[in-house]
Design a protein around this ligand. Sequence first.
Ligand SMILES: Nc1nc2c(ncn2[C@@H]2O[C@H](COP(=O)(O)OP(=O)(O)OP(=O)(O)O)[C@@H](O)[C@H]2O)c(=O)[nH]1
Ligand SMILES: [Mg+2]
Length: 312
Amino acid sequence: MELTSEILKGDVRAAAKLMRGIEDGAPGAFDELGRLYPHTGRAYVVGVTGAPGSGKSTLVDALIDDFRKREMTVGVVAIDPTSPFTGGAILGDRVRMQKHGTDRGVFIRSVATRGWLGGLARAAASIIHVMDAMGKDIILVETVGIGQAEVDVTRLADTSLFVLTPGMGDAIQMMKAGILEVADVFVINKADQEGAQRLKAELEAMLGMQSSRPDEWPPAIVLTEAINNKGIGGLAEEILKHQQFLASSGGLERRRKERARLELIEAIQSYFKHYIDSGIDKERLEKLVGDLVKRKTDPHSAALQIINQSIK
Ligand SMILES: Nc1nc2c(ncn2[C@@H]2O[C@H](COP(=O)(O)OP(=O)(O)OP(=O)(O)O)[C@@H](O)[C@H]2O)c(=O)[nH]1
Ligand SMILES: [Mg+2]
């Protein structure tokens, strides 16, 4: 594979090919990624997370149009950690791809996480790098749910949006998931429905309880009706405002350092996992299992024995 130069020119087919290669664990795919890496770091990454059906895809769609009007090119990464291949993300993508299909300034890609070498965050990060190298100005990363996996994905983003809808009791749930601490902009979507103002007030009260330092960004709350294309301009403005805030406060550098750290750790973990899955001497393993059963050794010592003998 020699896709790097094509991808740097923004070639969609080369980019898609590399993404498939990474997905399949094709030899050379990570080398290509390595060659692209020096050309990344320019795109601005926005995470979009929230409960299933809250309107994330509809919002992303509307944001694409808005950013395009601002002459920005857009990448979209849709992640569905629960139901790869069958999930709404993929279906939603098809609709989007049709809508934006002829626009060379937009590139949309789903991540089916099951096939990926390594974790969800690594998968997302790899795709983001490719889109970044293609020259996309802004990359929107859509994730379903509010669990730990999403918090990890949130760490990949420069700006994190959290989408809520009126009357879903989201507010309580997200406190549990720790989303409150990591979201930069709260989007109350479906504001055409009953209860949007009440949710806003609840959220404000909750955010008010958090201690915030004067040099910290006070999370914004934006009301939208994605389906009616209402409030989208205001949301885009808020994202760009946060971008400026991060750039001028040193926060962007901090976040990106954190992101690099996360990615490195994920890569190490996935190499170790791969090594464990494929590189362990099965006979030795079986012998140690026998020793464990007979209580001749213990799991901790047995593990160390294997590791010490396997890793040079
Ligand atoms: N009433 C109302 N419905 C909306 C609004 N935005 C989106 N919807 C509808 O909500 C449903 C879910 O929208 P999606 O954009 O697919 O939501 P999602 O969060 O991406 O869903 P998943 O990816 O499956 O988690 C669709 O039927 C949308 O038409 C809105 O502002 N108001
Ligand atoms: Mg969706």
